[in-house]
Write a protein that binds this ligand. Structure first.
Ligand code: M6R
Length: 610
């Protein structure tokens, strides 16, 4: 999704803006631009379609102008051309704006402003905003008043930053929907769509709330509401180490993030595992009695986070005996959901900003559900709107394809199931002890899994030309088959399907021939024999089988062409462990195919529009 940056202070803004945009590249974009306000009544606007290097090549980094705004655009209205790239300006050249979101009434506004004599040069919805501000100023309002009034006229969602050529001492910003974060410096202030670009300069940030407007000057920041009243917002200190947002020795962020999983899991479990028979110290605001009062769980999420939710469904139903449904964030609110008393709605979202998941949680809350967010970004909208929050401590995830955020979501869901099981008295003590011991050992076992990379590179070389892939598994691993397929298609653009293995003969079996690689995830568990029968059916149709099995399992000889032996773990931990080889397989196939692994085409890291 689009990314916004802004700077006002005492240093040349262009390199700070471009650096910031580079940190936001992972969100996905197809053009970029910046505007500087040198204070001579004009702007220096530079824009380019395609990657940031195209913009960089056009910029003069020796320009000392200390105020500017920048943008990476992910096209929604209009093609990804230079003309449609932000910043957009008013026809009189006095107002520029960058925008993340959608103005739903832009056609009406365009028509009205055209009738008033204004001209438009782009196909975007955004352009109407600077034109409207300039129009309102031509009627006598000052910049701040016109900005506020223009925000009152647009319908839709926005994170916006706006500059006036004759008033370069301030950047005006507004937020309703997509995130916008202010970084507080010394004699300088920063603006960005997430914290990552700010970390290099400051750890002190303010998260703007929906309906907030702010005025950034070099010497300070003021925040207002739409009615003009001034408000104070808490200044948060971000704990991230800036280095964790760098690639280090790895070729891509995705590879680094796959390798960070042992640490990410260990950070996520830190202080959450009980000693002996203690209650699980999970930071939930519910008493045991309240936990017992929940009658039903509904998990709401999109993409990879939804796959985590599908595993969570197995965990919660098995361990806490609590009926659980999982729905797409994008579908839930349109099906008139029945929310019974005693429903806990769990939104799973790495970014905490996915519009569909947020809307689904809101819908559940409006129908009386209690709400819990499982999220990786402290301070994000999900963490600020849900009643309860469980953070995954994966650290910043930059690669668009989610990896460590996913496996840490699984770890948190397992902890939650144990906590619910404890409160409800449904968890067998022996199973509890096994799970807790398994969780304690998990970081070390994950380390062994990432060290299987060499085998997966070999597999990647062998299978990189395949046109399609089928992923099969059963039980709590079937969502891992879905996730393996999603990873592969996201970054290598190879068509892939994930299925519960038992479902294969109800349709996908028609796809099987000697060209189709079938990745089977089949540890030694209660489902193994049944999955094996399904693979025999596939092998009989000349399907090419690649199997992930438990160490020492030789039962696939003669059926599988390639076998990878994985460390033995408790079956409920297998979804976390077996995610790793599937991530590595997708990663290496994508690298061999020359794909842009960290920023796959058309994808955005944080999908802030419906
Ligand atoms: O930030 P979220 O977890 O809410 O994002 C949801 C999906 O957009 C996300 O998981 C997407 O599927 C990723 N690209 C997966 O790799």
């Amino acid at each position: 999704m689009c990314g916004i940056v802004g700077y006002i202070g005492h240093q040349g803004a262009s390199s700070i803006l471009v650096d910031g945009l580079r940190s936001l590249e992972y969100r996905g974009y197809d053009s970029a631009g910046i505007a500087l306000a040198p204070g001579d009544g004009s702007f220096r606007i530079t824009r380019a379609s395609g990657k940031l290097v195209n913009l960089q090549a056009r910029l003069d980094f020796s320009d000392p102008t200390p105020v500017g705004i920048g943008h990476t655009r992910w096209a929604t209205h209009g093609r990804p051309t230079e003309e449609n790239a932000h910043p957009h300006r008013s026809a009189d050249g006095k107002v520029v704006a960058v925008h993340n979101g959608i103005f739903e009434n832009y056609l009406e506004l365009r028509e009205e402003l055209s009738k008033a004599g204004h001209t438009f040069v782009s196909e975007t919805d955004t352009e109407c905003f600077p034109v409207l501000v300039s129009h309102l100023m031509s009627e006598g309002r000052d910049f701040a008043m016109a900005f506020r009034e223009a925000l009152g006229r647009v319908r839709g969602i926005y994170a916006l930053a706006c500059l006036h050529a004759d008033d370069p001492s301030r950047i005006l910003v507004g937020r309703s929907g997509p995130p916008l974060i202010i970084g507080i410096g010394e004699g300088e202030n920063f603006l960005a769509s997430d914290v990552v670009p700010l970390l290099k300069y400051t750890r002190r940030v303010i998260y703007l709330e929906d309906g907030d407007l702010a005025e950034l000057r070099a010497e300070g920041v003021r925040i207002f509401r739409q009615d003009g009243s001034e408000v104070t917002r808490e200044v948060h200190t971000i704990p991230y180490d800036p280095v964790s947002a760098e690639k280090g020795r790895f070729k891509h962020f995705m590879q680094k993030e796959i390798f960070e999983q042992p640490l990410a899991i260990s950070n996520t479990l830190l202080n959450r595992l009980p000693i002996d028979g203690e209650t699980l110290p999970l930071e939930l605001p519910y008493t045991d009695e309240e936990l017992r009062g929940f009658k039903r769980i509904v998990i709401l999420a999109c993409g990879t986070s939804r796959h985590a939710g599908l595993v969570g469904q197995f965990y919660i139903e098995h361990i806490a005996r609590l009926s659980t449904e999982v729905d797409y964030g994008s579908e839930y609110r349109y099906r008139e959901p029945v929310v019974e008393p005693g429903t806990l709605a769990i939104g799973i979202t790495q970014s905490g900003e996915t519009a569909d998941t947020l809307a689904a949680l809101k819908e559940a809350a409006s129908r009386g559900a209690r709400t819990l967010a499982i999220c990786n970004v402290q301070g994000s909208t999900a963490t600020r709107t849900a009643e309860a929050v469980l953070l995954t401590h994966a650290g910043p995830e930059i690669g668009v394809a989610s990896t460590k955020a996913f496996t840490t979501q699984l770890a948190v869901l397992l902890l939650l199931a144990i906590r619910l099981g404890d409160a409800r008295g449904t968890l067998d003590p022996a199973l509890r002890a096994e799970l807790l011991q398994g969780l304690r050992e998990l970081p070390a076992v994950m380390e062994r899994a990432v060290n299987q990379e060499k085998t997966l590179i070999k597999w990647a070389h062998r299978w990189q030309e395949a046109r399609d892939f089928l992923y099969l598994a059963r039980g709590p691993l079937y969502p891992i088959a879905l996730e393996g397929a999603l990873k592969l298609k996201e970054i290598s653009y190879i068509h892939a399907e994930g299925y519960p293995a038992g479902e294969m003969k109800h349709g996908p079996i028609a796809l099987i021939d000697q060209h189709l690689p079938i990745v089977a995830v089949m540890p030694r568990d209660e489902h193994r024999e049944k999955t094996l029968s399904n693979l025999q059916e596939a092998a009989a149709r000349e399907g090419r089988i690649l199997a992930l099995v438990t160490e020492g399992d030789t039962g696939l000889a003669g059926i599988a062409e390639d076998t990878l032996e994985m460390p033995e773990v408790h079956p409920w931990l297998a979804p976390i462990l077996y995610s790793v080889p599937l991530q590595l397989l997708a990663y290496h196939i994508a690298v061999l195919r020359g794909c842009d692994v960290d920023q796959p085409r058309n994808l955005a890291k944080s999908v802030t529009v419906e």
